[in-house]
Write a protein that binds this ligand. Structure first.
Ligand SMILES: *Cc1c(COP(=O)(O)O)cnc(C)c1O
Length: 545
């Protein structure tokens, strides 16, 4: 890049850098991990800020009755390099001292992680997204307020603060309070810090946009003695973390074009100062793309590409056999579905009409499921149970593999033949696993939600599941019905015949890999620097003039 890129501090609650370092839970963390690796690969001035999660995220197993059981996964602490400074934050009236660790072991840009010094304070970082409301606010105090103090103590220069999700919002309050300490009015402080803050919103699902009672935030020590009226101006009452992040930032982005439209509508009136643009997510091809597939694509060698794919499929099938003792047939179509177990993703849509699903299984379709539920989400647990039941009813044709993590994600997004995605539109903000599949020539069969409208050339590089007008149906029930019908017709009339035609399939794989080059995290990071970060630093330069 010809200009001096701004120095960025990236705040995120979770980082998916390695299955051996489980401080992540799902898509947000995996994205943050890929982001950090791309920043390193492109040599961009970015540091990450996060927390050391004591137990890491959970390891999932199935009970004999087919319900998920989640156990803590111990963290490999050998990659944590201690830094000298200790910082402190106030949590519910108690001074909590924080150690700072540096992590650079995963080809990532420097990541600073905070952890309470004293054992009695470690309840805060015990379990990612665990505990109750107090735990969540305490976690966010550590990330946001502790994070800014850590950067100061380390002497890290920062031009742009990137709040990846509203979890980091309290960093904005800390930046405001630094200005207040210099004698700025609230108004002036806001004007001064705002050009330095950018924000990414990640989900249109209500539960993903946190709201807290102001009184609760005050009691927890999150509000740094700002007046209630000032807090209300930022986040409303009750205090909405996403709204406050939008009001505090100079620019914001959504994670796909369609999500941009949804988010602009959802936050209209709130986002006037910080226009929500779309910067579509991407994934790190160095991690997610199989070497042999990549080579065969570059040399345009279709037979080599098909055999590389067959090798990935065999690796997956043997892992499935090891873990579940199910034996699938490598010559038959393998459908993959690995997603967080939550209702809007509709994991069981394929089985909406049992008879039609069975007819597809009889014609040789096999399906492999994976996905975790939040341990406290009874609906999600029930969904995992339903998937385990389907495995029992259709042995050798349907499999549920417990413990979806980065390792299993790699095997699945390389080794399936098609990658199924059936969210209720427009609730899937992006859906990056489909990009991983696409770059391995695993063909997407997906509702036109998240990133897929930008990638899909129907019948050329994958397929859209499209029931005319299904998102306008008056109820979920009717929408599900219509989408399921569209899925069956697609699989029966297009996907299975294409699968039987190897040259056609290879051509589509090539189309998919070609298309996936627009969905790398290197491209995403360049976009961040070209618009999100640089625009804000240019505004900065302009305001200094
Ligand atoms: C890529 C990935 C995700 C995110 O993918 P989605 O398509 O958003 O579900 C989640 N978990 C793991 C382990 C992944 O590898």
């Amino acid at each position: 890049m010809s200009y001096d890129p701004p120095r960025v501090a990236y705040f995120c609650m979770e980082y998916g850098l390695s299955e051996t370092f489980p401080i992540y839970s799902g898509g947000l963390g995996v994205l943050a991990g890929d982001f950090m690796r791309s920043c390193k690969a492109l040599d961009l001035p970015v540091v990450g800020v996060g927390l050391v999660w004591a137990d890491g995220y959970t390891t999932q197993a199935l009970s004999s009755k087919g319900f998920p059981e989640d156990h803590p996964t111990p963290l490999d602490r050998s990659v944590l390099i201690p830094e000298k400074p200790v910082v402190s934050v106030n949590v519910a009236g108690r001074e909590v001292h924080l150690n700072i660790f540096r992590v650079e072991a995963f080809d990532n840009a420097t990541l600073y992680l905070l952890e309470p010094v004293e054992a009695r304070d470690r309840w805060i970082t015990k379990r990612l997204y665990g505990g109750g409301k107090d735990d969540r606010v305490a976690q966010e105090i550590l990330l946001g307020i502790g994070g800014v103090r850590a950067l100061r103590a380390l002497g890290v220069g920062v031009d742009v603060y990137h709040f990846n999700e509203g979890h980091a919002l309290f960093a904005g309050l800390e930046l405001l309070s630094e200005k207040r300490a210099q004698g700025f009015s609230f108004e002036r402080a806001w004007e001064t810090v705002r050009p330095h803050i950018v924000f990414t919103t990640h989900t249109p699902v209500d539960a993903g946009n946190e709201v807290h009672e102001i009184e609760h935030l005050q009691r927890m020590g999150a509000t740094l003695n700002f007046k209630e009226s000032e807090l209300v101006r930022l986040g409303g009452d009750p205090f909405n973390m996403t709204a406050a992040a939008l009001r505090l930032s100079t620019r914001a982005n959504a994670v796909a074009e369609l999500h941009g439209e949804t988010a602009r509508h959802m936050w209209r009136g709130v986002n006037d100062g910080a226009p929500i643009n779309a910067i579509t997510n991407g994934v790190d091809h160095r991690v997610w793309q199989d070497r042999n597939i990549a080579n065969a694509f570059v040399t345009a060698d279709d037979p080599a590409m098909l055999s590389a794919h067959d090798a990935c499929k065999c690796a997956l099938l043997s892992e499935i056999e090891t873990r579940t003792s199910a034996i699938l047939n490598p010559d038959l179509l393998l459908i993959g579905f690995a997603r967080r177990a939550t209702a809007y993703k509709r994991a069981t849509l394929f089985f909406h009409d049992r008879l039609r699903a069975e007819a597809l299984l009889d014609r040789g379709a096999q399906i492999v499921f994976a996905g975790k539920s939040h341990p406290k989400d009874s609906g999600g647990r029930e969904l995992v149970h339903q998937l385990a039941e389907l495995e029992r009813i259709y042995p050798g044709q349907v499999v549920f593999i417990p413990n979806y993590d980065l390792h299993l994600g790699r095997l699945l997004t390389r080794g399936c033949d098609i990658w199924l995605n059936t969210p209720r539109r427009p609730l899937e903000a992006c859906g990056t696993s489909g990009m991983k599949a696409a770059m391995n020539g695993v063909l997407n069969v997906s509702i036109l939600d998240g990133w897929w409208p930008e990638g899909c050339e129907h019948g050329q590089n994958g397929w859209k599941i499209e029931a005319p007008g299904s998102d306008a149906y008056p109820s979920n029930k009717e929408g599900d019905e219509a989408d399921a019908r569209a899925l069956y017709e697609l699989l029966e009339n297009e996907v299975l015949p294409a699968f039987a035609d190897r040259p056609r399939w290879a051509k589509m794989m090539r189309g998919s890999i070609e298309m996936s080059r627009r969905f790398t995290s290197d491209r995403m990071v360049r976009d961040y620097f070209a618009s999100l970060y640089t625009e804000s630093s240019q505004k900065l330069a302009a305001s200094a003039r």
